[in-house]
Design a binder for this molecule. Structure first.
Ligand code: GTP
Ligand code: SPV
Ligand code: MN
Length: 586
């Protein structure tokens, strides 16, 4: 390849001088290149061939058993001023962080191939898209980046035209958890990641670039980089509303993005269009509405729980040309995880399956697949201007208190609802599972700067001329006394989305409560569901005493962001706390 951008060539030379690879390969993103990589990984054991009759083009990767999830305690945001990283991030001084990382990278690619991956996040000709280059010594990372991003020659051409790109340096190193760090230098548009080969730690276009670095850029450039799915809901009249929803990791984004409408809805002509399942970049258009693109080109989705009953679309999507990571295998060499029919014989670590070792598939096992393989893939995913967003949805795993759905009265209230989000932790990150923690806008692990500044940035979109989406909060995870989910979820979540669209279009009146608007009697269409009256009442109930405690906890949480917290959010918190007191007294 000729006419390389000088700054790019210089950086590649510098990295090569530091890491000392045996070979350098510039990735062009071609089919031939992919096939060659797969052949090589089959030989080294990095990939294992799955049953090619049932799953053509599908392979299994087993990661090191201590490298199976994001590592938030080893992830740093290295701004010049510690304050700018905020209490929501781990911080290290840039010079110290560079020194630490460069010592790890010193000679780490000896005898190995260094891959240079030019990629574009977003449709290749979109003004909202941004480019980066990841340098890695992992062919598995290359194969995944090819599916997850627009990788190769076209991205490189755009980089050469624009002259700027995010620099991401990655090595799997020794896969030693003691020598593992994921460092971000947002002011230098630079990422350095060492010691992990897994997902968000290693595919640097995804969480590191498209969320941590991008959120930092978006703040100064007037847009938003969010941990959100984007889904189009088409009604029987052929009108489509686009909804963006932020749920924490492993809390239902992929599932909602691909939902199949309940039978009655399908008969009536409702359709669902998948634009994105994890990341959303949006900015105001000329008409004042927010327009969104999905910066990714593929899905890195949670395998366990994916079944014909929950997400048949995903099952169809991953029936071919998919890389599975840390799933189990059946006797006839098909991928298997908890929730599928059939039986595992080999677990995710390659051992004969023994239930006393825990689940057969790792709870954070995943599939990597091109978005275009999804039967509900929306052609608007390639729209360079993005899709207009009608509603923003926040949600998390809340076993109690939080109703199925409620609506913010205005933008500032919506920002408070997003900021106050809480959810039980999941296997997507290392650490305890099932612990309730605050996860503002589902961005706790991903906001590349101080949450106080981030909330202020969100509030700044409410200005004259803006036609902002309505903001809602949902909870699919409310549990009954028997510990089972009260709401059927999955496809039936469309019933809740329909109510939101009715609110957007002014058809549903709703019932005002101190925490926001909930569906009034009969507004939520529940026909065909075996839900008794008491369950529905519980799902939509607003417990004033319980919410008073919740608002106190939210107040304390907001307080932890100190002076940078916008006064408007304190005021909103106070307003709702007071409304609850009044309601309790009544
Ligand atoms: P990340 O890729 O980690 O960001 O996760 P995600 O938000 O895309 O989550 P995903 O859709 O993969 O769902 C994670 C888990 O939640 C799976 O085990 C699902 O089966 C389960 N889940 C998703 N939607 C629902 C729902 O509506 N109800 C219930 N009860 N579980 C759900
Ligand atoms: C998440 O954890 O939110 C994911 C998976 O989407 S990872 O790419 O590993 O971050
Ligand atoms: Mn995610």
């Amino acid at each position: 390849m000729s006419s390389k951008l000088e700054s790019l060539q210089r950086w590649v030379d510098e990295v090569a001088a530091l890491t000392r690879p045996a070979k350098i390969h510039w990735c062009d993103g071609s089919d031939a290149e992919y096939r060659q990589l797969v052949q090589q990984m089959l030989q080294t054991g990095d990939l294992i061939e799955l049953n090619q009759e049932t799953h053509p083009g599908c392979y299994l990767h087993r990661s090191s058993p201590s490298d199976v999830a994001r590592v938030e305690h080893l992830t740093f945001v290295c701004t010049r001023d510690e304050q700018d990283a905020g209490p929501n991030n781990h911080w290290m001084a840039p010079a110290a962080a560079h020194a630490k990382m460069d010592a790890l990278f010193d000679g780490c690619m000896e005898g190995r191939t260094m891959y240079v991956i030019p990629y574009c996040m977003g449709p290749i000709d979109s003004p909202l898209a941004r480019c980066g280059v990841e340098i890695t010594d992992s062919p598995y990372v290359v194969a995944n980046m090819r599916t997850m991003t627009r990788m190769g020659a076209a991205a490189q051409a755009r980089i050469e035209r624009e002259g700027t790109f995010v620099k991401g340096l990655h090595s799997t190193g020794e896969l030693d958890p003691e020598r593992r760090f994921i460092m971000h230098f947002p002011e230098e548009l630079t990422i350095k990641s060492y010691g992990s080969g897994y997902g968000g730690n290693a595919l640097l276009g995804k969480k590191c670039h498209a969320l941590r670095i991008a959120s930092f850029q978006a703040k100064s450039e007037g847009w938003l980089a969010e941990h959100m799915l984007i889904v189009g809901i088409e009604n029987p009249k052929g009108e489509t509303h686009y909804v963006a929803a932020a749920f924490p990791s492993a809390c239902g984004k992929t599932n909602l993005a691909m939902l199949i409408p309940p039978e009655g809805y399908r008969k009536n002509g409702w359709k669902v269009w998948t634009v994105g399942d994890d990341i959303c970049w949006m900015r105001p258009g000329a008409d004042g509405r927010l327009y969104a693109i999905n910066p990714e080109a593929g899905y890195f989705g949670v395998a366990p729980g994916t079944s014909d009953a929950t997400n048949p679309n995903a099952l169809t999507t991953i029936a071919r040309d998919t890389i599975f990571t840390n799933v189990a295998v059946t006797a006839d060499n098909q991928p298997w995880w908890e929730g599928l029919p059939g039986k595992p014989v080999t677990d995710w670590q390659g051992r004969p399956y023994d239930p006393s070792n825990g689940p057969a598939a790792h709870p954070n096992s995943r599939f990597t697949v091109s978005a275009r393989q999804c039967p509900t893939w929306s052609p608007r995913a390639e729209d360079s201007q993005g899709v207009p967003i009608s509603a923003i949805v926040f949600g998390g795993r809340r076993p109690s208190l939080v109703p199925l759905v409620f609506e913010a009265r205005d933008w500032a209230h919506g920002v408070l609802i997003g900021a106050a989000m809480g959810s039980e932790t999941t296997a997507a990150a290392t650490g305890a599972v099932g612990v309730l923690r605050r996860d503002s806008m589902a961005m706790k692990p991903f906001a590349g700067y101080h949450y106080g500044d981030y909330f202020r940035h969100w509030l700044s979109f409410d200005k004259p001329g803006a036609k902002l989406p309505k903001i809602f909060h949902v909870n699919w995870f409310r549990k009954g006394e028997d510990g089972r989910f009260l709401w059927p979820g999955y496809g039936d979540n469309l019933r809740v989305l329909e109510w939101m669209i009715d609110r957007v279009e002014g058809r549903a009146k709703g019932r005002q409560t101190p925490i926001g608007t909930v569906p009034s009697d009969g507004e939520l269409k529940l026909d065909g569901l075996a839900l008794d009256r008491r369950t529905v009442d519980t799902l939509l109930d607003v417990d004033h005493a319980g919410w008073s405690d919740e608002l106190a906890a939210i107040g304390e949480y907001l307080h932890s962001f100190g002076e940078r917290l916008p006064d408007e959010l304190h005021a909103e918190q106070q307003r709702i706390a007071n409304a609850l007191k009044t309601a309790e007294a009544a």
